[in-house]
Design a protein around this ligand. Structure first.
Ligand code: G3P
Length: 257
């Protein structure tokens, strides 16, 4: 993972209003040096209602922190009540957007076809999709987790050129490890992240596989980040709960030290 710049993204999920968002971003920036923020790309993924506030903080103080949305519509614009388009996110200065998070798949019945359309919509607007894949406990117990994640990967990237795939970030988030305090072992994370990279090489090409960043997500904390991030095919993390605490998230972002 030497040539891939590590990425640490904090997925706030449905937490923090815009006032709290401002505080967290300021604290995070104050806890990390410019060198640290340059070494590890640091990104926050707040609720939509916080994005304007985060933009104002980042622009106003020239913070080396990126930000993005947690979802986007597969459509460009129109009669889609409650949805947010990629164009709207891009206009606010977002550079990332989460696509196909397991909570969207579970609670909003998003299948690989919708996820694929969202990946394409993100790329159309110059946003980097963070495409999430991951198996539930039943699949893990059957031992078919690699095949499961490969299917989600293929589905999410269907119809993309290798050049487009190079703009995508993949996040492996085993559902049984999300918000449960049950972290995958570094070996578990490496097994699937490595398999994802091999799959990218097979479906696209080796160069693409070598360039794409593959993140691990699921109960990443300051105490376990370093050992997971040390794995050769893990290029960073997608952090939920622990990203809501500025000090802890800053510590996670300092993992190469
Ligand atoms: O997207 C991040 C995620 O689902 C992991 O959540 O709270 O287990 O770190 P958490």
């Amino acid at each position: 993972s030497t040539t891939r710049r590590p990425l640490m993204a904090g997925n706030w999920k449905m937490n923090l209003n815009h006032l709290e968002a401002n505080l967290l971003v300021q604290k995070l920036a104050a806890s990390l040096t410019e060198k640290q923020l340059t070494e590890v790309e640091t990104v926050v993924l707040p609720p939509f209602t916080d994005l304007r506030t985060v933009q104002t903080a980042v622009d106003g103080d020239k913070l080396l922190i990126g930000y993005g949305g947690q979802d986007l519509s597969p459509h460009a614009s129109g009669a889609y009540t409650g949805d947010i388009s990629g164009a709207m996110l891009a206009k606010l200065g977002c550079t990332y957007v989460v696509v196909g998070h397991s909570e969207r798949r579970a609670y909003h019945h998003e299948d690989d076809t919708v996820v694929n359309a969202k990946v394409k919509a993100a790329l159309t607007h110059g946003l980097t999709p963070i495409l999430c894949v991951g198996e539930g406990l039943d699949v893990r117990e059957q031992g078919t987790h690699v095949a499961h994640c490969s299917t989600q990967l293929d589905g999410g990237l269907a119809g993309l050129t290798a050049e487009q795939v190079r703009q995508v970030v993949i996040a492996y988030e085993p559902v049984w490890a999300i918000g449960t305090g049950k972290t995958a072992t570094p070996e578990d994370a490496q097994e699937v992240c490595g398999a994802i990279r091999q799959r990218l090489a097979k479906q696209f090409d080796q160069d693409t596989a070598d360039q794409v960043r593959v993140l691990y997500g699921g109960s990443v904390k300051a105490s376990n980040a370093a050992s997971i991030m040390a794995q050769p095919d893990v290029d960073g993390g997608l952090v939920g709960g622990a990203s809501l605490d500025a000090e802890e998230f800053a510590q996670i972002c300092r993992f190469p030290e």
